[in-house]
Design a protein around this ligand. Structure first.
Ligand SMILES: Nc1nc2c(ncn2[C@@H]2O[C@H](COP(=O)(O)OP(=O)(O)OP(=O)(O)O)[C@@H](O)[C@H]2O)c(=O)[nH]1
Length: 296
């Protein structure tokens, strides 16, 4: 049998577990995970290859939403563009928080007009008993996507994921692989490292701060005993800057230490992380800065 290859676009409300699922499928950390909604700003691809059989290219879409500013309207354009280019869509719903709310229905409508096969994954079943799983499956089958197959899964434990992957692979057209089999992401190293820093910011900040922070890698330099990584955390106000620095610099130190460990794992080398905070008012509406940060 000839190998299959193609693109699967992940859709789903913020926080349903799309990044966790991509990471589990791919077996590598390609998308950062946090408990704050809307942490995914870029259409990150994870690549899952089974040599001679298939290559699944996963696009981790940002949460579908109505445009508010330059950042969210770019996200919305990405959603439509990615759906137009995909071979199938995987709609992830959150079994733990009730399926079928306004957000799920809004996405279901967007998918219904996409004219590609749709698959629904009912996620977080590790938190559900049998009765709630069955109820979730029934509701997911009633989202207005009558041809969609529904899979109960846990992205956290991996339960149900192999069956889902097999099914998705079967939807792909026959064709050559898009990426070398050893690749698991198309992200540049800069973006990957910046995301690892941002992940630590998200873990440690609350309210408006997580969404006001973007990280830019300024320089990666191979020194004798370590790789030197210089990163800037952009925020929108002086008070956010104060929060990121923390009392006696404790916050920036904690972010730096944790991010350095993640970066060392990624680069398999000793790392010296030089982290600073800078203020740029309303960077989210600043097209030039978004371009430079690679948010397209
Ligand atoms: N119990 C449980 N928690 C999960 C599961 N999958 C994801 N989570 C948790 O749900 C939260 C959100 O997960 P993400 O993977 O960041 O969600 P996302 O859909 O990518 O979120 P956005 O980037 O905001 O679109 C995290 O705290 C995850 O650990 C699961 O199968 N079971």
């Amino acid at each position: 049998m000839s190998p299959r290859s193609g693109f699967v676009a992940l859709a789903g409300r913020p926080n349903v577990g799309k990044s966790t699922l991509v990471n589990y499928m791919v077996g590598h950390k390609v998308a950062i995970v946090s408990d704050k909604p809307q942490t995914t700003r870029r259409a990150i691809r994870g690549v899952l290859t089974v040599p001679d059989r298939y290559q699944l290219v996963l696009t981790d879409l940002p949460g579908v939403q109505r445009p508010r500013d330059a950042l969210t309207s770019r996200m919305q354009q990405r959603v439509e563009q990615e759906l137009g280019e995909a071979d199938a869509a995987l709609f992830v719903v959150n079994g733990d928080q009730g399926v079928g709310g306004a957000g799920d229905r809004f996405i279901a409508e967007a998918l219904a007009s996409a004219r590609i096969p749709i698959v629904i994954a009912l996620n977080k079943i590790d938190r559900l008993n049998h009765a709630r799983t069955v109820q979730g499956l029934v509701t997911a089958s009633d989202l207005g996507l009558p041809d969609a197959e529904v899979f109960p899964i846990s992205a956290r434990t991996g339960k149900g994921v192999p069956a889902l992957v097999d099914y998705l692979a079967g939807l792909l057209p026959e064709g050559p692989f898009y990426f070398p089999p050893e690749d698991f992401s198309d992200q540049s190293e800069d973006v990957m490292l910046a995301e690892l820093v941002r992940e630590q910011v998200l873990l440690r900040t609350r309210q408006e701060v997580p969404h006001a922070v973007e990280v830019q890698i300024e320089e990666i330099e191979q020194a004798e005993s370590a790789v030197v990584v210089r990163a800037i955390m952009w925020v929108e106000t002086e008070s956010q800057k104060g929060i990121l620095i923390g009392h006696h610099g404790r916050m920036i130190k904690a972010i730096g230490t944790a991010a350095r460990k993640e970066i060392e794992r990624e680069l398999a080398d000793h790392v010296h992380l030089d982290l600073s905070v800078r203020v740029r008012r309303s960077w989210r509406a600043d097209d030039a800065l978004l371009d430079r940060l690679g948010i397209t």
